[in-house]
Design a protein around this ligand. Structure first.
Ligand SMILES: Cc1ncc(COP(=O)(O)O)c(C=O)c1O
Length: 375
């Protein structure tokens, strides 16, 4: 769809190129490849815009966004980052002391955790004044993210380029929903992070479930999560699948998956959205990522049995209880012994209590002292 709309010469004639990987080196390699592939367009005056999503949908994996922004700025490129999955609580890129490491434009969907209820479809773009709005016909001198002074013209700003054409302002009801949601955001996100760690740890113990979450033990994205997200907490979005792998033979196929999926309601909502107060699940291969080819799905780490879990604010043990009961009906008859792979009830209680206490201890210890509040 993106290629179709942005790339078609009858529409915007924008060349859309993708890059995979979490690290700055992955980005720089992709940038070199893309710059070479589009040399003629670039020489004719076209520009590269770097659009990042971190943490990413569907696995919640984190990119080294500050380093990527710095590398892009060194080449004079504009960076745009969608931080929706982290919410402003978990990822605070605009607070980086070095402007080169901040994205030029930061995007959040209000539809997701910020409102929390799913009742409002809206979003926000945050940028520096001179990139957002300059009165018609005027220009403004400012220091760019690369540290060089330059002049920005009115018709380069987001207002005239995008807002004016597309409509930028929320009506009063939607603005009310967003403001109301923002008041409880931090506490909701904290609870969801606890639940994500609990679910990732406990599901990882099942030998036939592969957990793709940077809060799962030994996950390859864990270091970036620890370094870049608030208190090292994971974004409340991850996937599981039942494919063959180091952890098991892959007995659960499409048929059992469909039966299981239908039994996940009502504990899990079967919705395409994410970042709601309640836990929501979907099968990316059938919905959100259905436009990708089989190869692109594989590259994105999405299998036919992948389930994306957008973790909600419930007691995570109610979710696990429901999942285990669903598996008893949907999987156990075809795959005897599957239920034995789940942790014991006492283990589940112990992990929940330990993670809950640990995250809240880290949170309260990170809060400013009363002296600092008075100062
Ligand atoms: C990372 C990310 N950003 C933005 C959006 C779109 O948000 P909205 O529903 O507000 O258009 C989504 C939708 O799933 C998303 O996953």
């Amino acid at each position: 769809m993106l290629h179709d709309w942005y790339g078609k010469s009858s529409n915007l004639d924008v060349a859309v190129e993708w890059f995979d990987g979490f690290e700055c080196a992955d980005f720089v390699a992709a940038l070199d490849r893309v710059s070479a592939a589009h040399r003629a367009r670039l020489e004719a005056g076209r520009q590269i815009y770097v659009y990042l999503e971190s943490p990413c949908n569907p696995h919640g994996y984190v990119l080294d966004a500050p380093a990527i922004c710095e590398a892009a700025h060194r080449r004079g490129l504009t960076t745009i980052l969608d931080s929706t999955v982290a919410t402003p609580v978990l990822q605070r890129l605009l607070q980086d002391s070095d402007p080169a490491r901040r994205p030029d434009f930061l995007i959040h969907s209000f539809t997701k955790d910020i409102t929390g209820s799913g009742a409002t479809t809206a979003g926000v773009v945050i940028g520096r004044n001179e990139r957002m709005f300059i009165p018609k016909g005027e220009s403004a001198a400012a220091t760019g993210p690369d540290g060089n002074r330059r002049v920005y013209k009115w018709d380069e700003t987001l207002f005239w380029n995008v807002y004016y054409v597309k409509g930028a302002f929320l009506d009063a009801d939607k603005a009310f929903e967003v403001l109301n949601g923002a008041r409880t955001l931090e506490q909701r996100v904290l609870g969801k992070c606890v639940n994500t760690i609990v679910l990732a740890q406990l599901l990882s113990r099942h030998p036939e479930i592969n957990v793709h979450c940077n809060a799962a033990p030994g996950n390859r994205n864990a270091k970036l999560r620890e370094r870049l997200l608030y208190l090292g907490l994971p974004a409340p979005l991850f996937t599981i699948d039942f494919e063959a792998g180091a952890s098991g033979p892959g007995r659960v196929g499409r048929a059992q998956l469909k039966k299981l999926f239908d039994r996940l309601e009502p504990a899990f909502g079967l919705q395409v959205s994410l970042g709601q107060n309640n836990s929501v699940v979907l099968c990316p291969a059938l919905t959100s990522h259905s436009e990708l080819s089989d190869e692109a799905l594989r590259e994105a780490g999405i299998a036919p049995t992948t389930i994306r879990i957008s973790v909600g604010s419930e007691d995570p043990r109610t979710l696990l209880a429901h999942l285990i009961k669903g598996a008893e009906l949907a999987i156990e008859p075809d795959c005897p012994g599957f239920l034995r792979g789940f942790p014991q009830p006492s283990e589940i209680d112990a992990v929940y209590r330990q993670v809950y206490a640990d995250v809240h201890r880290r949170y309260v210890e990170s809060r400013p002292s009363f002296d600092a509040l008075l100062a």
